[in-house]
Design a protein around this ligand. Structure first.
Ligand code: ATP
Ligand code: MG
Length: 158
């Protein structure tokens, strides 16, 4: 379906903001104008649910989760950043493998199966986008993904 990604993303963030019980602040840096993309809404909802759940799971008390959306070279680029313990450089690519979890003992305590990001990667690839992680060990993690976006399309909608 064709959807305004900005409205779609705000609604998902709203849902997390209403139900979160941690002392975590959400900051949104989203464009004011609509950005239409062709996506499977259920699948991209699942992708964002996992990325945001992870960010909450690893956020410290009083931390901030930051949401960014921007256009970049024929893609829309979406990122979610937290201020949690981060991911060591050598594990940054492995977290997208099935069942991979950094520090098994710690992760088991946190709950989950280690499938979330592997599924997210598959779904994003099926949409023609990519996903990656950056992290400063001990200071936080950013998960970024892209979806094809044609800005010329906007003229047809206005
Ligand atoms: P599931 O999503 O299946 O419930 P999970 O959250 O452990 O389980 P993934 O979402 O695939 O699995 O994440 C894989 C691993 O990557 C996690 O177990 C964790 O070790 C690491 N990870 C993911 N997101 C973050 C984050 N924001 N901060 C720190 N580590 C993270
Ligand atoms: Mg997860």
């Amino acid at each position: 379906d064709w959807v305004d990604f900005i409205l779609f993303f705000h609604r998902i963030i709203d849902r997390f903001e209403m139900t979160k019980n941690l002392n975590v602040t959400f900051e949104r840096y989203l464009p004011d104008e609509a950005m239409f993309v062709e996506i499977d809404q259920d699948k991209i909802t699942q992708v964002l649910d996992n990325i945001i759940s992870n960010a909450l799971k690893y956020s410290p008390e009083g931390g901030t989760i930051t949401f960014h959306v921007k256009e970049n070279n024929g893609f829309i680029e979406i990122s979610v950043s937290d201020q949690g313990l981060g991911i060591p450089k050598e594990n940054l690519e492995k977290i997208f493998e099935r069942f991979y979890r950094v520090d098994k003992a710690r992760s088991r305590q946190m709950g989950g199966t280690g499938l979330g990001l592997a599924i997210a990667k598959e779904m994003i690839s099926a949409h023609g986008g990519g996903v990656w992680a950056t992290s400063v060990d001990g200071k936080g993690t950013t998960i970024t993904f892209t979806l094809p976006y044609d800005s010329a399309q906007e003229d047809d909608w206005s």
